[in-house]
Design a protein around this ligand. Structure first.
Ligand code: FE2
Ligand code: FE2
Length: 265
C-alpha cells in the first residue's frame, strides 16, 4: 500500500476507476481535475477527513486495488462517526475567508448582469468596467495578492494545489481581459460569456480555498507563523488604506439594489 500512496492520483484512477468513484463519494473531486499529479497520500491528507473516515476510505481504496488481499476492516467508532467537521481558521486566514464573502456577492449578481447585457441595445460599458474595477482592485489586487505574496509563501509553492490556485488566478485575469475587450467592441456575447466563465471559475476556486486549501495551510502553520502572517496581511491592508474595502462594499450594495430589485420586480 505504501507504494500506491506515493503514486499520482490520475494514474491510479486510470488503472483502477473504482478508486475515482470512492473518492467522489467522499467529496474528493479528483476525477474532473485536469492535472491529477497529486500523490494519493497528499490527496487523502489534504482533505482532513478525520481519523475514522480516513481509515475507512483507505480500507476501501486498498480493497479496490487489491481485491484478493486479506485486509482487516477498520473499527468504526459510532460516537465520532457522525460528528460534522467544523472548520476553524486562524485570524489572518479568517480575514481572507471574509473577503471571499464580498467577492461571492458579485459572483451572485453576474447572471443578472449577463442577462441585462443581452437584453440591452448596447453593452453598458460603464457597468461592465465598474465590475471589472471591483474584480481587478478588490478581488485581485487586494485579495489574490495577499494569497500569492504572503499566504502561499508559507507552504511548498510547487505543491500541486498551489499551482492550481495560481493557474485559476491567471485564467480569471484572462476572462476579465476578454470581458473588457468585449465591452470596448460592444460585443455582448463576448462580455456575457467571459463574465459567466469568471463566475464559474471563481465559485469553484473559492470553495476549494475555503474548504480545502486554507485549512490545509492552517494545519501547517506554527503559532509564530500565524502571528507573523497576521502582521504581514495587516501591513498589506494598511498600504492600500481603510477606504478601499469600504468603497467596494458600497459598490456591491448599490449593484445589489439595482439588480436584485430588477429580479424581484
Ligand atoms: Fe485564490
Ligand atoms: Fe481567495
Amino acid at each position: 500500500m505504501l507504494k500506491v500512496l506515493n503514486r499520482e492520483i490520475k494514474e491510479i484512477i486510470n488503472t483502477y476507476p473504482e478508486v475515482g468513484r470512492i473518492l467522489e463519494e467522499y467529496g474528493i473531486g479528483c476525477v474532473p481535475c485536469t492535472v491529477g499529479s497529486c500523490l494519493l497520500k497528499d490527496v487523502v491528507g489534504i482533505h482532513n477527513l478525520g481519523p475514522q473516515k480516513e481509515a475507512t476510505l483507505m480500507y476501501r481504496i486498498e480493497k479496490a486495488i487489491y481485491p484478493d488481499r486479506k485486509i482487516s476492516e477498520p473499527v468504526v467508532d459510532m460516537t465520532t462517526q457522525s460528528a460534522p467537521k467544523k472548520i476553524t481558521y486562524s485570524p489572518p486566514v479568517k480575514k481572507l475567508v471574509d473577503e471571499h464573502v464580498l467577492i461571492k456577492r458579485l459572483l451572485a449578481l453576474i447572471p443578472s448582469i449577463a442577462e441585462y447585457t443581452e437584453s440591452s441595445l448596447r453593452v453598458d460599458k460603464n457597468l461592465i468596467l465598474s465590475c471589472v474595477d471591483f474584480i481587478r482592485t478588490y478581488a485581485d489586487k487586494y485579495h489574490h495578492m495577499k494569497e500569492e505574496d504572503i499566504l502561499f509563501k508559507y507552504v511548498d509553492e510547487k505543491a500541486e494545489i498551489i499551482q492550481v490556485m495560481y493557474k485559476d488566478h491567471d485564467t480569471g485575469r484572462g476572462y476579465v481581459r476578454q470581458a473588457v475587450e468585449g465591452a470596448e467592441k460592444n460585443n455582448k456575447t463576448q462580455v456575457k460569456e467571459n463574465l459567466l466563465a469568471y463566475r464559474d471559475l471563481l465559485t469553484q476556486h473559492i470553495k476549494k480555498e475555503d474548504e480545502i486549501l486554507y485549512p490545509w495551510i492552517d494545519r501547517q502553520l506554527s503559532t509564530t507563523q500565524v502571528g507573523e502572517m497576521f502582521r504581514k496581511c495587516n501591513a498589506a491592508d494598511a498600504s492600500v488604506g481603510d477606504e478601499l474595502p469600504k468603497k467596494y462594499e458600497k459598490f456591491i450594495i448599490e449593484l445589489e439594489e439595482k439588480f436584485l430589485q430588477e429580479v424581484t420586480k
